[in-house]
Write a protein that binds this ligand. Structure first.
Ligand code: GLV
Ligand code: MN
Ligand code: MN
Ligand code: MN
Length: 410
């Protein structure tokens, strides 16, 4: 099996074909969860899977499973996959790579007429990004029992449209129950989305775990008033409060180095008129750290500052932590299978902890799980210029092939 290889050109062509759906002028992709473009991407994936001889099923969260039978259909499947939704300024690889690498594994097994003992499934998890509907990884979370189905389907976008409504609209509200079935092992291939592998000149990241995340939504309510006649001292400017909190979020991130990350990436200012003092601001905070205690410390610092600043400025605050995803340690056997695959294929590799969230983080709760990272150019992701080399893309898929085969025949 050492010389068994995927078809790297075919994988690259498929990635470029998928990238046409939602292609942006700057070379990226905007394919937000459960939009018409997401439907088009899903339809293309399903048609490719059917051509490859897979049976396809969809569950009530819209998660798609393409299945290649095993010699022993009573065995739980070895599963691989990721997501097809993107950020608003997304790239061609985040998520899509893990989905199409899974398909390429199946196509390669077909080419070489290789039967596996266990069935092999490729999963597409709905709304991994958490950009249109918060939180991220919500549908793999329902699959893993971290959220119940009602919670998942009732997540709403900023226009109030729910995931349940949008799944029905695009024809992906499946009838299969979500989760509740055994999985032998789960692997997710992904671009690193950071600069480490490139800097260390390694082709493969053997992902040992992922950092924890806390997401918050904060609404500050002050008082709209005229920008001219209202003296500075009597204002209740919600945006001034938000600006100070943004500064504090950044300070907290810097104070907990080397690992902490702290971001405000979403803000809505109301009424957003240049000569009216902002009466209301809604914004979201994203905290990450590999250590749960430090993440809890960051949480306390944020809460204390928000209480202080809102009292000082005289604005009301609604403060909610909407999501906590604890730090994750992946399964040692799956991590080893990835490491072995990298060695077998002769790729330089290193252990790495994921800075980003992935569906694998939730699937790890219900199945032995591992991840494979490949470098991305300048470590840039969640950006239209996101890029990776076709050689690295193929390398990660070859490691995935080895890891899947190892677990499917174990
Ligand atoms: C989503 O891609 C995330 O990691 O935040
Ligand atoms: Mn991703
Ligand atoms: Mn992403
Ligand atoms: Mn992610």
């Amino acid at each position: 099996m050492q010389n068994l290889q995927v078809d790297g050109d075919r994988l690259w062509q498929s990635l470029m074909e998928m990238a046409k759906i939602g292609a942006t002028e700057k070379g990226g992709v905007c394919r937000l969860a459960l939009t018409d473009l997401d439907k088009a991407g899903r339809d293309l994936f399903v048609s490719w899977c059917k051509e490859a001889g897979c049976s396809v099923s969809v569950d009530k969260m819209g998660n798609i499973f393409a299945r290649r039978p095993g010699r022993n259909e009573d065995m739980p499947p070895v599963m691989t996959g990721s997501h097809l939704d993107t950020q608003p300024t997304g790239g061609k690889f985040d998520g899509v790579y893990g989905v199409l690498a899974g398909l390429e594994v199946i196509r390669s097994l077909n080419d070489h007429r290789i039967e596996t003992e266990a069935p092999v499934e490729v999963a597409v998890w709905t709304n991994e990004e958490g950009s249109r509907f918060a939180p991220a990884m919500v549908a793999s979370g329902v699959f893993a029992g971290a959220f119940d189905l009602e919670y998942g389907l009732s997540r709403a976008d900023l226009d109030g449209k729910t995931m349940g409504e949008e799944l029905a609209r695009i024809g992906y509200a499946g009838d299969r129950e979500v989760g509740g079935r055994p999985i032998k092992a789960f692997f997710e291939a992904h671009i690193e989305q950071g600069p480490i592998l490139e800097a260390e000149e390694k082709t493969i990241g053997v992902v040992t775990g992922a950092q924890g995340q806390r997401w918050y939504e904060i609404t500050l309510t002050g008082q709209e008033a005229h920008a001219g006649p209202t003296p500075m001292k009597v204002r209740k400017d919600a945006l001034v409060g938000a600006a100070r909190i943004v500064g504090e979020v950044n300070r907290i991130g810097l104070a907990h180095q080397p690992y902490a990350c702290a971001t405000v990436g979403l803000m809505q200012v109301s009424p957003n008129s240049r000569n009216t003092i902002p009466g209301k601001v809604f914004f979201a905070v994203d905290f990450r750290h590999p250590d749960a205690d430090t993440l809890a410390q960051m949480d306390s610092e944020l809460r204390a500052f928000c209480d202080k600043v809102t009292a000082e400025i005289g604005v009301e605050m609604a403060f909610e932590q909407i999501w906590y995803s604890p730090p994750v340690a992946f399964d040692p056997d799956c991590v080893n299978a990835v490491r072995k695959g990298a060695k077998l294929a002769g790729f330089g590799h290193m252990d790495i902890v994921s800075g980003a969230g992935h569906d694998a983080c939730y699937i790890n709760r219900v199945a032995p799980t591992g991840m494979i990272f490949v470098p991305c150019e300048n470590g840039i992701s969640h950006n239209e210029v996101e890029n990776a080399t076709s050689a690295d893309i193929a390398a990660g898929c070859n490691v995935l092939l080895h890891a899947v085969l190892e677990r499917a025949n174990a």
